[in-house]
Design a protein around this ligand. Structure first.
Ligand code: GTP
Ligand code: MG
Length: 219
C-alpha cells in the first residue's frame, strides 16, 4: 500500500513544519517547554499538581491540557496554581498535534511565563509520533502498568528526553521488577534521565522540580 504510506508521511511532514513554528514562537518568548506523555492514569496531572506549588515564586507556569473531552485536567492545573491553563479537546483524536498546540499558544501571552507544561492525551503510542515543538518530551511510566512496557512500546521509550517512574509507593504491593524495567529502558534510551517518584507521598518530586528549574534558567 505505497499510497497509504506516502499520505502518512505527508501528514507527519506537515506536522513537523508546524512544530518548528511552535518551537520558534516558544523560543522567542524565552520559555522552557515540556510535553508530558503517558498511558491514561499514569499520573500526568498528578505530577503537574505536585509540581506547581513547588514552583511558586520561582517560575511562572502556563499549562496546556489535551483530552478527548472535558476540562477536568485544566481545572486541576488551574486549582494547583497555573498562571494560565488552556484545555484542548481533541474530540476523539488520541494525541495532540502541532496545529492544536498552535491554537492553544494563540490563547497565551507566552512572554508572561517561564515554563510551559503540555499534558498530552493519555495514550502510550500516538503522542510519540506527533512533534509539538516543545523543548523536551517527558514520559511518565507508572508501577501498576507493569515492568514490561519498555519492551512492548519501544518507539515511545526510545524517543523521550526524560522518564518519570511514578507511583513508587505501590512497589510493595504490585509485582514490578525495577531491574527488568530499567534494562529495557537502557537498551532503547541509554542516556535518558530518570526520576522515580510518588505523586501520592511526594517522594522524589523535589529532584524532578529542580531539574525543571535548571532547564528553565537556561532558556
Ligand atoms: N498510589 C498512587 N496513585 C497515584 C500516584 N499518582 C497518581 N495516582 C493516582 O492515579 C490516578 C490517575 O492520576 P492522574 O494524575 O489523573 O493521571 P493522568 O495520567 O493525568 O490521567 P489521564 O489524563 O486521564 O490520562 C488518580 O487516581 C491518582 O490519584 C502515585 O504516585 N501513587
Ligand atoms: Mg490527566
Amino acid at each position: 500500500m505505497p499510497q497509504n504510506i506516502s499520505v502518512v508521511e505527508n501528514i507527519l511532514n506537515a506536522n513537523d513544519r508546524l512544530a518548528e513554528e511552535n518551537h520558534a514562537r516558544i523560543e522567542a518568548a524565552g520559555v522552557f517547554s515540556i510535553n508530558i506523555i503517558a498511558s491514561p492514569g499514569a499520573g500526568k496531572t498528578s505530577l503537574i499538581e505536585q509540581t506547581l506549588p513547588r514552583l511558586k515564586g520561582k517560575l511562572r507556569v502556563a499549562t496546556v491540557d489535551g483530552d478527548i473531552a472535558t476540562s477536568i485536567d485544566s481545572d486541576r492545573a488551574a486549582a494547583a496554581g497555573a498562571g494560565a491553563a488552556v484545555q484542548i479537546n481533541t474530540g476523539g483524536d488520541c494525541h495532540l498535534d502541532a496545529v492544536m498546540l498552535r491554537g492553544a499558544l494563540e490563547q497565551l501571552d507566552l512572554t508572561q511565563f517561564d515554563l510551559l507544561i503540555v499534558e498530552n492525551v493519555g495514550n502510550l503510542v500516538c503522542p510519540a509520533n506527533f512533534k509539538l515543538g516543545t523543548h523536551k518530551t517527558i514520559l511518565v511510566a507508572s508501577i501498576p502498568e507493569g515492568d514490561d512496557k519498555p519492551y512492548k512500546y519501544p518507539g515511545t521509550y526510545r524517543g523521550v528526553d526524560a522518564l518519570v517512574i511514578n507511583k513508587i509507593d505501590l512497589l510493595p504491593y504490585v509485582p514490578f521488577k525495577m531491574d527488568y524495567f530499567q534494562q529495557g529502558v537502557q537498551v532503547l534510551n541509554p542516556n535518558v534521565i530518570t526520576f522515580p517518584l510518588s505523586c501520592t507521598t511526594g517522594e522524589g518530586i523535589d529532584v524532578w522540580v529542580n531539574w525543571l528549574i535548571e532547564n528553565a534558567k537556561r532558556e
